[in-house]
Design a protein around this ligand. Structure first.
Ligand code: NAD
Length: 354
C-alpha cells in the first residue's frame, strides 16, 4: 500500500530542495502518495496566514510529513510556522544526526553524533512580553513581589518553562532511541549551576531516569563546557540530549562539524505525528538560483522512509548520497563545487535507481 505523505515545499530554497527530494524518494520505487500543501510566505500573501488550518488537518490525516524551510516573517505578528507545527502536533522530540561524509574536507573525519532536542518548552515556548507594555510592567511588579528582585524598568521578557512531564518524556524518548538504534551513550547538556529550577530540573530528571536504565551510559555536562569539548573532540560524544534553545544552537554546531547546513537532516517526532525537515532555513541569499544543496532534505527523506518502515530504501538513499559525495560529483557551491541542485540530486537519483 502506498504511504500517504504530506509535502510542504516551504519558502526560499524550499521548493527547489523539496522537488529534488521528492524525485529521489520516488526513484527508490517505494510508493508514496504525495499531498502537497503550502504554508509560509505564499499563504500569508494569499490567505493572510502562514499556517492554514487545512495544512494541520492534512498532516493529522497522513500522520507523516516532510517540509522545506519556512521563512519567519519578522514583525508581521505571525509566529514561526515551525514552532507552531511542533506545538500543535506535539512534536516534542527533534532528532538531528550529524556524521562525517567521505570525501568532504572537514576538520574531523570521525563524527557520528545525534542531537535530541526537546522541542516544545524552554525559551521557545513563545511566552513573551514586550518592553514598555502594561503586561511587562505588571510582570515586573509581580516579580518584585514574589522574588524581592528588581528588574530594570525598560525590560522585555521571554519565559523559560521546563516541566517535569516535558523533561521526563524527552529523557525517556532519548533512552529508548539509544537502545533502539544500538547507540552507546547520552550526554545531557544544561546550565543547572545558574538556572536551578529549569535546567536543574531537566538535569535531575535525566539522572533519575538514566539510573533506571543502567545499560545506557549517561553523563551530564554544562553547555558551555560541552560546546568547547565538541569542537575539540566530537568523536568523544554519541547522543546529545538538550533542552530546546541549546538543542537549536548545538545542532547547527554539529552540522558545521560535518560540512555545513546543506547536509544536516532532521525529524520532529511525537507519539502520533512525524514531520521531517532539513535543519537549514530558507536561505534567501541563494533562493531561486538553483544552487541550494538538496542533501539535507534528501537525508531527511531517508529518515522518513525509515520511519514508515522502508529501511532498505532509506539505506539506498543514504548510500547514494555517500557515493556521490565521495566521488566529488556535481557538488553545489557550499561544498566547494559548481554543481546545481538538479545536477546533484540527479546524480543521487541515478544511483538510487541503479
Ligand atoms: P539559513 O539556514 O536559511 O541560511 C544560513 C546560511 O546557510 C546562508 O548563507 C545560506 O545560503 C546557507 N544555506 C542554508 N541552507 C543551505 C543549503 N541547503 N544549501 C546551500 N547553502 C545553504 O538561515 P537564516 O538565513 O538565518 O534564515 C533564513 C530564514 O529561514 C529565516 O526567516 C529563518 O527564520 C528561517 N528558518 C527556517 C527554518 C525552518 O523552516 N526549519 C530553520 C532555520 C531558519
Amino acid at each position: 500500500m502506498a504511504h500517504l505523505v504530506t509535502l510542504i515545499p516551504g519558502d526560499g530554497i524550499g521548493p527547489e530542495v523539496s522537488g529534488a527530494t521528492r524525485r529521489v524518494l520516488d526513484a527508490t520505487g517505494v510508493e508514496i502518495d504525495w499531498v502537497v500543501e503550502d504554508a509560509g510566505a505564499s499563504t500569508l500573501e494569499r490567505e493572510g496566514t502562514t499556517l492554514p488550518a487545512r495544512v494541520l488537518q492534512q498532516i493529522r490525516r497522513s500522520r507523516v510529513a516532510i517540509k522545506g524551510p519556512i521563512t519567519t516573517p519578522v514583525g508581521s505578528g505571525f509566529r514561526s510556522v515551525n514552532v507552531e507545527l511542533r506545538q500543535s502536533l506535539d512534536l516534542f522530540a527533534s532528532v538531528r544526526p550529524s556524521r562525517s561524509l567521505a570525501g568532504l574536507p572537514t576538520r574531523f573525519s570521525n563524527v557520528d553524533l545525534v542531537v535530541i532536542r526537546e522541542n516544545t518548552e524552554d525559551l521557545y515556548q513563545g511566552i513573551e512580553f514586550e518592553h514598555g507594555t502594561p503586561e511587562a510592567r505588571q510582570l515586573r511588579e509581580e516579580l518584585l513581589r514574589l522574588s524581592g528582585r528588581e528588574v530594570a524598568e525598560d525590560s522585555g521578557f521571554t519565559v523559560k518553562p521546563i516541566s517535569v512531564t516535558g523533561a521526563r518524556r524527552i529523557v525517556r524518548f532519548a533512552l529508548d532511541y539509544v537502545r533502539a538504534q544500538g547507540r552507546r551513550r547520552i550526554t545531557l547538556g544544561h546550565k543547572a549551576n545558574i538556572m536551578w529550577f529549569s535546567d536543574g530540573l531537566f538535569r535531575s530528571i535525566g539522572r533519575v531516569e538514566a539510573d533506571d536504565q543502567p545499560e545506557v551510559a549517561f553523563e551530564d555536562v554544562e553547555i558551555d563546557q560541552l560546546s568547547m569539548r565538541l569542537v575539540r573532540d566530537p568523536a568523544a560524544f554519541d547522543v546529545l540530549l538538550l533542552p530546546n534553545l541549546y538543542g537549536d544552537i548545538i545542532s547547527d554546531l554539529c552540522a558545521g562539524l560535518v560540512g555545513g547546513l546543506g547536509l544536516a537532516a532532521g525529524a520532529n517526532l511525537g507519539w502520533e505525528y512525524a514531520v521531517f525537515e532539513p535543519v537549514h532555513g530558507s536561505a534567501p541569499d541563494i533562493a531561486g538560483k538553483g544552487v541550494a544543496n538538496p542533501i539535507a532534505m534528501i537525508l531527511s527523506g531517508a529518515m522518513l522512509l525509515r520511519h514508515v518502515g522502508e529501511p532498505d530504501a532509506a539505506a539506498r538513499v543514504e548510500s547514494a548520497v555517500d557515493a556521490v559525495l565521495a566521488d566529488g560529483e556535481a557538488r553545489t557551491p557550499d561544498l566547494g563545487g559548481n554543481g546545481t541542485t538538479d545536477t546533484l540530486a540527479g546524480a543521487i537519483r541515478t544511483r538510487v535507481a541503479a
